[in-house]
Ligand binder design. Structure first.
Ligand code: CA
Length: 229
């Protein structure tokens, strides 16, 4: 969790400062804005991985600020912090794009748990482009990187294509003929075991060192990548 920048936008100075201090004590970097406009300009000028914002703010309220932040970065996690507890307020907050909602007064430890959970969930998408995923396995289609539970996995070009095909067809049985046609662009020749060989290569890399396998054999039918998440 080093070098994670969190933006705090909160006009109650005492709350903002104690929040900032608590996060810093837990190895996060923080920047604090005491009003909405300043929050927006700090956001535009920096690189943040998460935003915590109050709703009742001077100059620019939290809902509007949240929408503006969403327009700039659709993937960044936003936690709304507020004393307003009505259902309408919550719905408006989620409509504005908040990922989570914490009522004041709050327990700092609870906030910390939610911060960590959101960062974990968004880890792969904050700074990067389009990705495919199955549980904790993430394939980034722009950078061509693959990781599972945060460990990076090196694949050959063919293994990458094969995994991409599985991820695009999660929870569907794929026959060897489907795989041959879509990954190798060939008609399946039953005399070759190239597909089984490559599926095994892939399994060694993405499944072997992890507790629950993603790729399963359907005897007599082919293979399936199961995503239970
Ligand atoms: Ca306020």
């Amino acid at each position: 969790m080093q070098d994670i920048q969190i933006l705090i936008v909160e006009d109650e100075k005492k709350i903002a400062d104690s929040l900032s201090q608590g996060l810093r004590e837990n190895s996060f970097q923080t920047q604090v804005a005491y009003d909405g406009n300043l929050g927006l300009s700090l956001f535009k000028g920096g690189v943040f991985q998460l935003v915590i914002l109050d709703i009742n703010l001077p100059r620019l309220n939290g809902y509007d600020l949240c929408r503006m932040i969403r327009d700039i970065n659709p993937a960044i996690p936003v936690i709304m912090l507020t004393a307003m507890s009505s259902v309408d307020n919550k719905i408006e907050g989620f409509d504005a794009g908040a990922d989570d909602y914490i009522l004041k007064p709050f327990d700092f430890r609870e906030l910390l748990v939610r911060v960590r959970a959101l960062l974990k969930r968004s880890h792969s998408t904050v700074s990067t482009g389009v990705s495919l995923r199955a549980g904790e396995l993430i394939m980034n289609l722009d950078s061509k990187e693959v990781s599972r539970e945060g460990q990076s996995i090196l694949l050959t070009a063919k293994e990458f294509q094969l995994l991409e095909y599985f991820l695009r067809n999660k929870n569907r049985v794929l026959s060897r003929a489907d795989i041959a046609l879509n990954v190798w662009d060939i008609d399946f020749d039953s005399g070759t075991n190239v597909i089984d060989v490559y599926v095994n290569y892939l399994r060694k890399k993405i499944d072997k060192d992890f507790t629950s396998p993603l790729i399963h054999t359907q005897i007599g039918m082919g293979y399936i990548l199961k995503d239970r998440s």
